[in-house]
Write a protein that binds this ligand. Structure first.
Ligand code: 4AD
Ligand code: MG
Length: 436
């Protein structure tokens, strides 16, 4: 018997195949069962007729409950009305395991029967429902588009360590751990290492899990997330903004090409707004953004960082992602190059996704003056010893360079048009959740 997967079932039209999977749903009309089968690659309706299978097999098929695992043989038939365009006329069936009553209805997330915390507790099972399945399928593609973008432009992938001896993005969000009698921290960003590899390979990127011990319980914060970080030798702030823009246009465009059906059909995403993600992206300075907030009557103190609400309000004025550049140096990391026009500002940049989503990219131009950096490290209360290797990059052929970091989950939250970042990673790590 020809083993097959549902996603490629069309090539077997008229032939008999063997499918293995799980029961999503079953309807019965006396002597016929209509079984919705899911095999992880797709969904197909199987028509199980008593007159074809005989009494005994038919009775076994009737025992199948939601998420029971089974094998089925049958003839592939084209059917324009069927969801995937095909159905299976069953010729045989074999039960693998009859599932206990499944705690989640097949419509799953989005179904008001289940509370968020219930679904999070049952995350290992909720991954099977269509909505969650669609998001994670798009995630896998998005990661591929991200890698393709950099690989196709001559960037060298240089993996950076997860255990690190020091902070990169401020000491308040460091995850501390013990390292053979010493202290170590889980990485907050691969950037400092990227700066070293950029001197070796010119254009580099790292892509991996990133950790922030953030006591934030917002819909934008994960404790563990995935970040891609390009770094480019001799690039200035404007160059890195252009790179970020080209990058976003490409990864959103490819998602639309490949996943229009999941976005509109399963996630009910308004695609029109994603189609507007084209160059050029607006670029506003921090000071201009602060003025926009003031004009809208928002109580925002110039000099401070934008909160999630401020970002959301800012996005109202734009129909595509936009850059905010030159944040006050005082609210940014120690490594930022000061703006030569006004040294209280930094050559930093965030990219904010529109439709209320807010920051998905943070980056900027790196300081490369040795004495300036030593001063900044001291001002930030960081141990200079731990940064000695980093300062070497300013001793041995210092060079202007810039880069950024994009959070995969925040980007996917925006692309999918969903509410909470937790649904964009298979097993989210949140302030109050380490399980499953
Ligand atoms: O703005 P961040 O903190 O920038 C950096 O870490 C730089 N060192 C990157 C660089 O220049 N190489 O983080 C970058 C991005 C954010 O814009 C956001 O998308 C994501 O990482 N991010 C988070 N995503 C989910 N949960 C969190 N707690 C996040 N913190 C940052
Ligand atoms: Mg940031």
């Amino acid at each position: 018997m020809q083993p097959a997967e549902i996603s490629g079932i069309g090539q077997y039209t008229g032939q008999e195949v063997l499918l293995k999977g799980w029961l999503e749903n079953m309807r019965s009309s006396g002597k016929i069962l209509f079984i919705q089968m899911r095999d992880g690659t797709g969904l197909i309706q199987c028509i199980v007729e008593k007159s074809v299978l005989g009494d005994e097999l038919f009775e076994q098929a009737k025992m199948l409950t939601q998420e029971s695992s089974f094998e089925i043989t049958g003839t592939v038939r084209e059917d324009a009305r069927a969801p995937g365009g095909y159905e299976l006329g069953a010729t045989g069936i074999k039960v693998i395991q009859v599932a206990e009553p499944y705690p989640i209805t097949h419509t799953g997330i989005g179904d008001r029967e289940h509370s968020d915390s219930f679904l999070m507790d049952h995350r290992h099972l909720a991954l099977r429902v269509p909505r969650q399945n669609a998001i994670l399928r798009i995630r896998a593609s998005l990661i591929r588009y991200i890698r393709d973008f950099f690989d196709n432009r001559g960037f060298i992938l240089c993996d950076t360590p997860i255990f690190t001896p020091s902070a990169c993005e401020g000491t308040t969000t460091l995850f501390e751990t013990e390292y053979f009698g010493d202290k170590a921290y889980l990485t907050q960003s691969g950037q400092l290492y990227n700066e070293a590899t950029a001197a070796a390979f010119r254009k580099v990127y790292c892509f991996g899990p990133t950790f922030r011990a953030e006591k934030s319980k917002t819909r934008r914060h994960l404790i563990e997330f995935w970040m891609v970080e390009p770094e480019v030798a001799f690039a200035l702030l404007d160059d890195i903004m252009q790179l970020a823009e080209d990058f976003i246009v490409e990864i959103v465009g490819r998602t639309l090409e490949d996943h229009r059906d999941l976005l509109t059909g399963v996630l009910e995403r308004d695609i029109a707004s994603l189609e507007k993600v084209q160059s050029p992206f607006p670029r506003v300075s921090y000071m201009e953004a602060a003025a926009i907030l003031k004009k809208k009557g928002i109580d925002f103190e110039v000099g401070g960082d934008f909160g999630a609400k401020d970002e959301t309000v800012l996005t109202e004025d734009f129909d595509r992602p936009f850059f905010v550049h030159r944040f006050p140096a005082a609210i940014k990391a120690f490594y930022m190059e000061p703006d030569p026009v006004d040294p209280t500002l930094s050559l930093s940049v965030d990219l904010l996704a529109n439709e209320g989503y807010g920051e998905i990219i943070g980056g900027g131009q790196r300081a490369y003056d040795l004495d300036f950096l030593k001063k900044r490290i001291a001002e930030h209360g960081l141990p200079e010893k731990a940064f000695d290797w980093y300062l070497d990059l300013r001793r041995y052929g210092g060079f202007p360079h810039s880069g950024f970091g994009l959070g995969v989950e925040r980007t996917l939250t925006w692309i999918c048009g969903i509410n909470h970042v937790r649904d964009t990673i298979p097993f989210p790590r949140l302030l109050n959740r380490l399980s499953p």
